[in-house]
Write a protein that binds this ligand. Sequence first.
Ligand SMILES: [Zn+2]
Length: 208
Amino acid sequence: MYFFSPPAILKWITPSYVYWNVENAQRKIYLTLDDGPDERVTTEVLSILKDFGARATFFCLGKNAEKHPAILENILLQGHALGNHTYSHCNAWRTSKSGFMKDVKKCDEVFRSSLMRPPYGNLPLYGLNELNKQYKIIMWSLMSFDFDKRIASDAIVSHFAANTRSGSVWVFHDNMKARERCLSALPLLIDHFMKKGFVFEKLDARKL
Ligand SMILES: [Zn+2]
């Protein structure tokens, strides 16, 4: 079953250093994009962000970053942030602690970031303390499920429009699977919230 917003109980049982939103962030929205960089979609997303003057955080896979160093550089040049999403989209619940940590480190060897998001949102409960020494662990307030073609982009737009608050963390995906929904929902949502006086900021580990 899908939850656009994570059930409250999840937030209560995870340690305080796992971020589901950014507290005290007045009229700020934190857009995050997972699983890139992708040659086509990341470039398209970057151009949308540029048009709006919006900032975002890209939780990249090490294996994709390795293939597209120029796009990775563009993300940074255009003022966005990078986050570690492991090297190979490693599932913490199906991997040993050492296997998962190795995959995180392998991504770190491609690019450095102090932000980390575990793939599938599967928190590596066995390694949270250790990860926390090096990273801010970022979950989300609102998940678009843009990778699922059964979800209409209208549904994403109306759910996000109704449930976004100051400090919300959004998840979209900059890959081909999500392309259609991501590229149609994002401009509408960014426009909607900017008109309401919100700004889109990148995550900054030092400020969390
Ligand atoms: Zn992912």
